[in-house]
Ligand binder design. Structure first.
Ligand code: UT7
Length: 328
């Protein structure tokens, strides 16, 4: 019997209404619109309302994906939420979403893979569908990065945004996921982390005073690793299929920095202006949600056509990374 082909049968997204522009940030920290645009490619980002949690954004994106797939919540066999900004430590955001959707018979769990969460989630969903254990997996990547952002730290607060993307994976007749490559390097975990709030440093008055419940990043060193690792992940995903840069119709990368993406494209020998999908200018870095929203928008805008070869490529805290090749 030939192996099941696993692909995307529905996509959705949700972006909060509130836009925070670079000009707005000039009033909050010592920065300029020019610095942010030139160093990162970001013009504005969306910020969730105070009363809007990660699960709220996740539910919106999931409903959009269900509508897109013409499915009902009860058709979903498994829910995975990729997030590093869950509503709370437990219960998982996936369980909160399961209840809100009424997807009553679906098991549900979160994965914590930072910016590579959507890629890891696809890898997991792929296995469940391929093995025949589940028919339809709802994967949501949702982040309220503004809730872990230090609005006094200009080096990080200009980078992040909030949002959610969702995908339903299931069996397809043609194409689908052709190759998956994942990686991690825990020895470099200190480059990007939120130090307090877990069992190592539970919340106390002093951790709050020390601003340890916010994201800390060594941006410069991370940048160097990002270029090398994302280019390598792309290569590793393409290699088993014998694909070269030219064979790829569109790269849909994690959106951390436009300079990283241009450098990765150069190493892959592809033209970034034509073949790299970008939405960092509108949304900033939404961690796991970045690739998920980018995929949903690329398809919505007609940038992805049937038969196209797509590369998803991500890198983030952990360190973690992954590359996935899909035939659409
Ligand atoms: O999501 C996946 C993981 N994340 C990443 O992969 C992000 C990787 N890193 C980056 O994207 C870049 O390193 C940043 C965008 C974070 C920073 O850009 P950079 O070109 O590496 O800047 P830098 O950290 O080397 O800082 C250069 C200068 C410094 O000033 P001095 O020391 O040269 O006087 C910073 O203090 O820019 C200064 N600076 C700023 N200036 C204006 C840092 N942030 C800002 C700011 N506005 N917001």
């Amino acid at each position: 019997m030939s192996e099941r082909k696993v692909g995307f049968i529905g996509l959705g997204k949700y972006l909060p209404e509130n836009r925070l522009t670079n000009k707005d940030l000039e009033k909050i920290v010592d920065t300029t619109d020019e610095w942010i645009r030139e160093r990162t490619g970001i013009r504005e980002r969306r910020i969730a309302r105070e009363d809007e949690a990660t699960s709220d954004m996740a539910v919106h994106a999931a409903k959009a994906a269900l509508k897109n797939a013409k499915l009902k919540p009860e058709d979903i066999d498994l829910i995975i939420v990729a997030t590093i900004t869950p509503d709370m430590f437990f219960p998982s955001t996936a369980c909160i979403v399961q209840n809100r959707l009424g997807a009553n018979h679906a098991p549900a769990f979160d994965i914590s893979v930072a910016c590579s969460g959507f890629i890891y989630g696809i890898a997991i969903a792929n296995q469940f569908v391929k093995s025949g254990i589940y028919k339809r997996v709802l994967l949501i990547a949702a982040e309220k990065m503004s809730s872990v952002t230090d609005w006094k730290d200009r080096a990080t607060c200009v980078l992040m945004g909030d949002g959610a993307g969702a995908a339903i994976l299931g069996e397809v007749e043609d194409g689908g996921i052709l190759s998956v490559y994942l990686g991690a390097d825990g020895s470099k975990g200190d480059l990007l982390k939120m130090p307090a709030g877990g069992s190592r440093l539970p919340a106390t008055a002093s951790t709050v005073e020390g601003r340890l419940h916010f994201l800390k990043m060594q941006g410069n060193e991370l940048f160097r690793h990002a270029v090398r690792i994302m280019a390598n992940a792309a290569l590793k995903a393409a290699e088993p299929l014998g694909l070269k840069g030219d064979d790829i119709n569109l790269v849909i990368p994690h959106q951390a920095n436009i300079r990283i993406l241009n450098a990765v494209a150069k190493r892959m020998g592809i033209n970034p202006a034509k073949k790299v999908y970008l939405n960092i200018d509108k949304y900033g870095n939404m961690s796991a949600a970045s690739s998920a929203v980018a995929l949903a928008e690329a398809v919505e805008e007609g940038r992805v056509k049937k038969g196209d070869i797509i590369l998803l490529d991500a890198f983030g805290a952990g360190l973690t990374w992954g590359g996935i090749i899909i035939k659409w």
